[in-house]
Write a protein that binds this ligand. Structure first.
Ligand SMILES: *Cc1c(COP(=O)(O)O)cnc(C)c1O
Length: 306
């Protein structure tokens, strides 16, 4: 259960947590067409800092564009609303969830351009998504029996609400089998991503991650490209197979929620020595410095909320 905080931004107003309600005929609730983001803010020396807000907001508009949903608020309004939701709730660190949804209006699958669209932005305190122990010691993952959404079935560049049925089915299957996260293959059988995380492997000092065809273009993934390059690592974007992952020296998930979570085992095979490796640890360390506003080079990624 999310611990209630005090305010939610809803359609232009700050409303009390308990009053942020939608009608049962909300279109998105029936058919899943809607888009969202997941953003974190962290304690920094200068106050709460929202991490890569511009990039998340850009992706929210991009996701809407992919779905042909017209966001009824301009950039500046939503940008300011994100700052305001942090201020209004007095949280030092946490998670922000904006959602662009189709309100109650005409029912059925024909969505017209004039369908009423709503936006809300909630925030709450959220610890390590895959557990503190997972961050520190790594997690055990299992390849899913479910394939990742194909780009021509439901697109992969947008965070579309309904697309996460696929993630939920896969994640639940892995958890029930005793693992902490799932790894989905694309419809051609190559490694795609986790339920809500991108995936990296390291072998012989080279970092590799899935190319963009079957995955969400993660902002954390993008941070890894930058941080790894600064440390002198080569990063390759390519397809790879499950057995290539089995024989990797290291592997890790990336995502706003999951941050940098080491993977210590895949399908009951230890990855490397079965514990977080040096490359993973160095990237994790650099990432946590950046999000906490402790890396001068990357202060541009942090929007301090005054
Ligand atoms: C959100 C998400 C990610 C991670 O993206 P970030 O921008 O790093 O948070 C990866 N895969 C999927 C399917 C996601 O929904």
């Amino acid at each position: 259960m999310v611990a209630p905080v005090s305010k939610i931004w809803m359609n232009g107003e700050m409303v009390n947590w308990d009053e942020a309600r939608v009608h049962v005929l909300t279109h998105t609730l029936h058919y899943g067409l809607g888009v969202f983001e997941g953003i974190r803010f962290y304690r920094t020396p200068k106050g709460p800092g929202i991490f890569r807000l511009d990039d998340h907001l850009r992706r929210l508009y991009d996701s809407s564009h992919v779905c042909r949903i017209k966001v009824p608020y301009d950039w500046d309004t939503l940008y300011e609303a994100h700052l305001e939701i942090v201020r209004a709730n007095g949280l030092a660190d946490g998670y922000i969830r904006p959602v662009v949804y189709l309100k109650d209006g005409p029912m059925g699958l024909l969505v017209n351009e004039d369908h009423p669209v709503g936006v809300f932005i909630a925030a709450w305190a959220w610890g390590a998504y895959l557990g503190e122990d997972g961050l520190k010691n790594g997690i055990r993952a299992k390849i899913s029996s479910f394939s990742r959404n194909h780009v021509n079935a439901i697109m992969t560049k947008a965070k579309i609400n309904g697309a996460y049925v696929n993630s939920i089915l896969a994640k639940r299957e892995a958890i029930q089998a005793g693992y902490q996260e799932t790894i989905m293959l694309d419809t051609d059988g190559y490694i795609s991503e986790g339920s809500g995380e991108n995936l990296f492997m390291v072998r012989n000092g080279v970092i590799k991650t899935t190319n963009l065809t079957s995955i969400l273009s993660g902002i954390t993934r993008d941070c890894v490209f930058t941080l790894a390059a600064e440390m002198g690592y080569k990063v390759v974007e390519d397809r790879f197979t499950r057995d290539e992952l089995y024989i990797a020296d290291e592997a890790f998930f990336t995502g706003t929620a999951a941050e940098i979570t080491p993977i210590r085992e895949v399908d009951d095979r230890a990855i490397g020595e079965g514990k977080p490796g040096p490359v993973t640890k160095a990237i994790q360390d650099a990432y946590f410095k950046a999000v906490h506003g402790e890396d001068e080079k990357h202060m541009g990624w942090v929007t301090v909320v005054k």
